[in-house]
Design a protein around this ligand. Sequence first.
Ligand code: PLP
Length: 477
Amino acid sequence: MDTQASFRYEQLAELIIGMIDNGTLAPGTRLPSVRAVSEQHNISISTALQAYRLLEDRGVLVARPQSGFYVSTPQRGTLALPSTSRARSKASTVSISGAVAMLLDHASNTALVPLGCAVPDAALLQSNRLDAALARAARQHGAQYNVYSAAQGEADLRREIAKRAMRIGHALSPDDILITSGCTEAITLALTSVATRGDTIAIESPTYVGLLHTLEVLGLKAVELPTDPSRGIDIGALAHLLETERVAACVLSSSFNNPLGSTMADADKHELLAVLAQHGVPLIEDDVYGDIYFGRERPKPFIALDGGANTIYCSSFSKSLAPGYRIGWIVAGAWMQQVKDRKLAFSLCSPTLPQVALAAFLASGNYDAHLRSLRRQFQQNLAQMTRTIEASFPAETKVSRPAGGIFLWIELPRRFDSRELFDKALDLGICFAPGDVFSASRRFRNCLRLSAGHSWNDSIEAGVRRLGQLAKTMLAR
Ligand SMILES: Cc1ncc(COP(=O)(O)O)c(C=O)c1O
């Protein structure tokens, strides 16, 4: 449902969805009569009825003759969770660049229904406020910032990030932080600091396609670890790997991994850290989705559990505030000097003005309110998407139930080919991410990832439905 809903019936529908998603209206609850709701909200009976009918069409409410409208009993959770991926024992080189370029090309095409790219719609971000901060900084001190800044980045921005570190449960000083060009550069700096060409890196499976691309370009090999949609990677498999093979580093998501959405429990994170420390293998963690959590508390990143002793932390503002500013950061602990050297060698420093503007925005205190509303929005988007999948995809479909992030991972029976679905969908103007781009060994061809970074609207809903219908037709052949 669109948060900028312009019609009264859309606003009412949105309100009801919010109450269902936050648990106020439980499944099976009878809604107030159309007359009562029209009086409560000071709208006409036909407007109230239009809202109820819209929600009925979307499968959110069911109408019972002579009785009224009820919250539909959960379809949510009726579809099973995707399977845990299987172990792949051999380290392999990665060859994914063609697939990445193809996906990014389509995912950035604004003419397509946007289910392909795991990025929030700019309309949901604080672009106006950031623009104003940028313009102010340029107007007041433009020439002053038209210089090389320190390789480590602007002190004000590092201070703001350090202040926020209390929320992740790990005290940081500005000196612990180096500003990067997005999380992507943070991961590149980390990998080049701890590994050299030909080394093996342990990763989740499925994993973020951009990480695979980075491994390919750096000439690093990948070992894909079995990963469960709710519990994360199989620690036993990691321990076995480390006993049998030299691994230079392990790269994991801190929470809500892309694309599975899994997050490890704190106890498992502790166990994993112990296994890595025992073998002297550093952990590079990617916490780019950490602030997009739907539960009460932000999940703790690994660095908060080992105090940074064996962890390199990477994150950015790309998923929550400003993907176009390309601002991320790295906390590299014992590897900080190597990371600084590489930052200097690769790019000298990051552009100054965007850092100054972002620091001013963070200092204004608006970020937390923004995050709260973004989380609510993404949670609602994913709930809507789940409902639509349940209503339109084949009965054998499995779907993830992430507690944060902005995407769902869908698994269909083995014979299903998401590449074929991808081509058909593009012809219909719909983009999504086919499953095989998330694996070094090009597995998961029967899977797909749908992103929900845009406000829910009729075109997105129709796009998801269409994918479900196509999948049904393909499986029925
Ligand atoms: C897991 C993960 N890490 C990193 C990135 C890239 O982050 P940035 O835009 O900050 O470079 C993405 C973007 O999709 C991602 O999903």
